[in-house]
Design a protein around this ligand. Structure first.
Ligand SMILES: [Zn+2]
Length: 282
């Protein structure tokens, strides 16, 4: 799932490409994509794209008085295409046709339709339930006192940091990188953190997410590819040596994600039980 750096770089590139362009028409081939009904999607015809920005893991496409709020979920992509999509393209979810022939297209891979969009009056964006419930943005990292306050919960850091209501922008990939950078166990509880741990986490959010964004700025051209070159050091690298200390990176497999960590630096040398393996061995 695209997280803060991936959505941010896409928002920047899309903004550069279509700022000032005029919308000719819009339609949503995805039957369940539009989660709002009023104003009607067709009403953006004739408006100009005034900007594209990010809020949490969502895009905000500013179209004058109206704004499109777009969430890619796990398999969506928002990109600008030079030509219009074929109406037979089953990946199309939302098509914003520009009068210069280009198209801002929300596509989704796979058969599920989970990516969504809402057309709202711009002043209503912050009050929308998906935005109003967001925790502080992970980049720039919140000040230590604020971060300590939002993390002060008896929950493990891995799910806690991925909870958008706690802190927004972090998902399954970058949480591993942030915890590894801060040298903290994914199973430490938010409420048990020392001030120095919170400081390390804040610094890790900043350096990891900003580092990813800087990397994308350098390697990604005008069009964001379907698959981004993510500069990951531990996530999905189980079995490889830790780039910092050389110990073997370990993984724990959950139903729909993998947690990777360096036992030498994050869990006091302990290799935590892989639930998938232990289930198989029963
Ligand atoms: Zn290590």
């Amino acid at each position: 799932m695209p997280e803060l750096p991936e959505v941010e770089i896409a928002a920047r590139r899309i903004a550069t490409a279509i700022k000032g362009a005029r919308v000719e028409s819009a339609l949503a081939p995805g039957m369940v994509t539009m989660k709002s009904f009023e104003p009607a999607l067709e009403s953006i015809a004739g408006s100009r794209v005034e900007g594209v920005r990010r809020r949490g893991k969502m895009f905000v496409v500013e179209l004058g008085e109206l704004c499109l709020l777009v969430h890619l979920m796990s398999a969506g992509r928002l990109q600008v295409w030079d030509k219009r999509a074929s109406l037979r393209d089953r990946a199309s979810r939302l098509l914003v046709r520009l009068d210069d022939g280009r198209e801002l297209r929300l596509r989704e891979f796979g058969t599920q339709q989970r990516a969504w969009a809402k057309l709202l009056r711009c002043e209503e964006i912050e009050a929308d339930e998906m935005v109003a419930t967001l925790g502080p943005e992970a980049l720039p990292a919140p000040p230590t006192a604020e971060l300590a306050a939002v993390l002060n919960q008896p929950r493990h850091l891995h799910p806690l940091l991925r909870d958008q209501r706690v802190i927004s922008g972090i998902g399954r990939s970058w949480v591993d990188e942030i915890l590894w950078t801060a040298r903290l166990s994914p199973f430490r509880k938010g409420a048990d953190l020392e001030v120095s741990d919170v400081e390390a986490l804040g610094a890790a959010c900043e350096s990891t997410l900003q580092g990813a964004l800087d990397h994308y700025e350098e390697v990604i051209g005008p069009t964001v590819p379907d698959k981004l070159p993510m500069p990951l050091q531990v996530h999905r690298r189980a079995g490889e040596p830790c780039p910092r200390c050389g110990a073997q990176i370990e993984a724990i497999h959950f139903k729909d994600y993998v947690m990777c960590y360096c036992p030498a630096e994050q869990t006091g040398g302990r290799v935590l039980k892989d639930r998938r393996l232990s289930r198989l061995l029963k």
